[in-house]
Design a protein around this ligand. Structure first.
Ligand code: CA
Length: 332
């Protein structure tokens, strides 16, 4: 089971008793108390995701209690128009032509001004199709021309030498970042790739702690990619932003959850000093539109944020009712 039900089980079995009687606006205290009380369940993975889910819910509640949108609670919005990029994945087993067809679909549908090509395949394979990957990166630049920004996600697929070879090709094609070139748990090697290339290396979507982001910076990574549904919610993302700011390092949030997480990351992006990176828009699932009657929607390459309290989402209770999981569903 690799979905959110693992985290749901941790909330239900371990965190819920500790939440009873807590003041819901004390998001920082709650986060640290629960993290340290349950640390032997983590600190990475499902525990971090459970704490992130709780934190996002509590910030939403805080916004509703105060009648303010979360971007104001985070210190204020530098921007309310948030650009996004189209994240095009699962291309490892597609031909170059099939991959470009998928890109064209997304460009037509999304209207975005940036594409990220994800070579997501078998994580146990390494350097399995470097020539084909470079061919796809080259075809993509030829397809979109110079005015569309491009990023490339190696999805942990290369050795050190393979990553440097791909990175040199991406530099020649004017890609703006090279994401997860090697296995994410090889933090020092990720940094070594970054130090050997001119193109910035981005990493951090599988990093769950602030200490983990400090290690990535030490290694040489200069674009951090925290994911709000994995790493501490708003409380955790604020910490990563402060750490990045202290080191002059960029943050380009990771986000592939097409529901609450997508909206949550918009508030962080709005309140981010020197935020230049578009937010990630994965393939749409339609889930968010089904369960909320009011949501920020991607349109013409951007999201627009307003002053609706909390996350700015309004639940469609009638649509949600049949989707409700039984209390013991996580154990299924
Ligand atoms: Ca990625």
């Amino acid at each position: 089971m690799f979905d959110g039900r693992c985290a749901l089980g941790i909330v239900e079995d371990h965190l819920q008793p500790m939440l009873l009687g807590a003041d819901p606006v004390e998001t920082g205290l709650i986060q640290e108390r629960l993290f340290h009380a349950a640390i032997k369940l983590g600190p990475d993975g499902a525990l971090a995701a459970a704490l992130a889910a709780l934190d996002i819910a509590l910030w939403d509640l805080k916004g509703h209690l105060l009648g303010l949108p979360i971007h104001k609670l985070l210190g204020g919005a530098w921007r309310r128009t948030i650009p996004f990029y189209s994240s095009v994945g699962h291309t490892a087993n597609l031909s170059t032509d099939e991959t470009m067809a998928r890109v064209r679909e997304r460009l037509d549908r999304d209207g975005s001004r940036m594409i990220k090509l994800r070579i997501s395949g078998d994580r146990t394979a390494r350097d399995a199709h470097i020539e084909a990957d470079i061919a796809k990166a080259t075809a993509l630049r030829e397809l979109v021309g110079p005015s569309i920004k491009l990023a490339f996600d190696g999805n942990n697929g290369y050795s050190l030498g393979g990553a440097v070879r791909v990175g040199r090709a991406l530099e020649a094609l004017d890609y703006c970042w090279f994401e997860e070139p090697v296995q994410h748990y090889h933090e020092a090697m990720t940094g070594e790739v970054a130090r050997r290339l001119d193109i910035p290396v981005a990493a951090g979507e599988q990093t769950y702690t602030l200490a983990g982001f400090a290690r990535l910076i030490d290694a040489g990574v200069r674009i951090l990619q925290p994911d709000i549904i994995k790493m501490g919610g708003f409380t955790g993302l604020q910490q990563v932003l402060a750490l990045a700011h202290a080191h002059g390092v960029d943050v380009a949030q990771h986000q592939t959850q097409p529901a609450i997480g997508q909206t949550a990351c918009l508030h962080v992006a709005a309140a981010q000093l020197h935020g230049w990176a578009p937010v990630e828009l994965n393939d749409a699932s339609g889930l968010q539109a089904r369960v909320f009657s009011k949501i920020p929607l991607p349109e013409n390459g951007v999201y627009e944020l307003d002053d609706t309290p909390g996350l700015g989402l309004v639940l469609n209770e009638a649509a949600l009712a049949p989707l409700k999981l039984p209390a013991s569903a996580h154990a299924a």
